[in-house]
Design a protein around this ligand. Structure first.
Ligand SMILES: C[S@@+](CC[C@H](N)C(=O)[O-])C[C@H]1O[C@@H](n2cnc3c(N)ncnc32)[C@H](O)[C@@H]1O
Length: 240
């Protein structure tokens, strides 16, 4: 018999004690409705701005890892619709840095959404981390948002190994920290922004797939560390 979590009668009780690593997101279906997908990419820009905490992570973890000259290159791996890449260039300029940001994603649908807006200093490329390594690319700082939970174990190890190769100063991967309170907060808050998109279903599935801090610590290779970030975030960090 299905129960509810007491906050939303349409929200079935879910087990958050273990990672739901096999749960698929609606966006991952190559046959999903392209109009809903395009709306979802745009709406995730709003969600990311509200929940991902990158504004402070830029100040505490990205800017300090850039060259002292203030000029640098940042790679956003798995850039999706490109909102983080655009925000990084904006924040860098506001804080007196001259930063070029490349957003890369192997998914053509993501790059199509991202390239609808390419402010000065941002470029988007349809390439995977492995293709960027093969091309001999190097960046001062390599970041990602919401990619770690998305990958299977072997893919994640490959992604982190690629990130190590690509970053000359720091790799920094931010993701959701799985908890009952994160799930409840998103279940309630996402109803305000989810209409006509996959934002609610995929966001809730992402939380179920995401790591707790000890789980992330366990799967990170040597040389990496995991940090808790507020309010419901984890960071995987490696300094070159
Ligand atoms: C859940 S989405 C996150 C998108 C975006 N960063 C955001 O926060 O909205 C994960 C993205 O990672 C991309 N991805 C998966 N493996 C990758 C790899 N090896 N290199 C670059 N991107 C990858 C996928 O194509 C997908 O668009």
């Amino acid at each position: 018999m299905s129960r509810t979590d007491g906050l939303d009668p349409r929200l079935p009780a879910v087990d958050l004690t273990t990672r739901a690593r096999d749960l698929r997101e609606l966006m991952d279906d190559p046959d999903c409705d392209p109009r809903v997908l395009a709306r979802t990419f745009r709406r995730f820009a709003v969600v990311n701005a509200l929940v991902s905490g990158w504004r402070s992570v830029w100040r505490t973890h990205v800017a300090p890892a850039l060259p002292a000259s203030g000029r640098g290159r940042v790679l956003d791996l798995g850039c999706g619709g490109g909102d983080l890449a655009r925000a990084l260039v904006r924040w860098a300029a506001a804080d007196g840095f001259d930063v070029e940001v490349v957003g890369a994603d192997p998914d053509a649908r993501a790059i199509e959404a991202a390239t609808r807006s390419t402010p000065r200093g941002v470029t988007f490329r349809q390439q995977s981390s492995t293709e960027l390594v093969a091309a001999g690319e190097r960046f001062d700082v390599v970041v990602s948002n919401h990619v770690l939970h998305h990958l299977g174990d072997a893919e994640r190890q490959g992604f982190l190994a690629d990130s190590e190769q690509l970053a000359s100063s720091r790799s920094l991967h931010s993701d959701i920290r799985r908890s009952r309170s994160a799930y409840r907060a998103y279940a309630v808050g996402s109803t305000l922004v989810a209409a006509g998109t996959f934002v609610r279903v995929d966001g809730l599935r992402s939380i179920r797939r995401s790591f707790t801090l000890p789980e992330l610590q366990d799967v990170l290779p040597a040389g990496w560390s995991a940090e808790r970030a507020s309010p419901h975030r984890v960071l995987a960090i490696r300094d070159a």
